[in-house]
Design a protein around this ligand. Structure first.
Ligand code: AMP
Length: 116
């Protein structure tokens, strides 16, 4: 049963359907990643599942183990690719109203490149 109704018109759904342009920096069967449009740090990436999950609660309740593993492995891969594996970084996933989530498709922010 769906945790929340997924809005097919959210901007990340449109990016996933290639309806709006976006520089994809990582892609596999389950995950895509791109740079945040309004970076809050020298490195600010967003990693998201291809599946239609509203937020972390929806994802952890309803996604397959394979999808969950793929998303977190992608975060680790991106940290290496963008040279922040050793210097460190922060991951954030805003969830729901109190979490300040603006776009209702799960995404993980990866921030680094300076001391936060
Ligand atoms: P959140 O508040 O966690 O939902 O964060 C949404 C993030 O998506 C913000 O940091 C925005 O800057 C970013 N964003 C919105 N539209 C785009 C876009 N077209 N491409 C890349 N990042 C975007």
């Amino acid at each position: 049963m769906a945790y929340k109704t997924y809005d097919n018109d959210n901007i990340f759904a449109k990016i996933l359907r290639k309806e709006i342009p976006c520089d994809i920096i990582f892609e596999n069967n389950h995950v895509i990643a791109f740079k945040d449009l309004h970076p809050k740090a020298p490195i600010h990436l967003l990693a998201l599942p291809k599946g239609a999950y509203v937020d972390m609660s929806d994802f952890t309740n309803n996604a397959s183990t394979e999808e969950i593993a793929a998303l977190f492995r992608a975060v680790g891969e991106l940290a290496k690719t963008y040279g922040i594996n050793d210097s460190g970084y922060r991951i954030i996933s805003n969830c729901g109203i109190d979490g300040g989530q603006e776009i209702p498709h799960l995404h993980i922010h990866i921030l680094g490149g300076k001391q936060l």
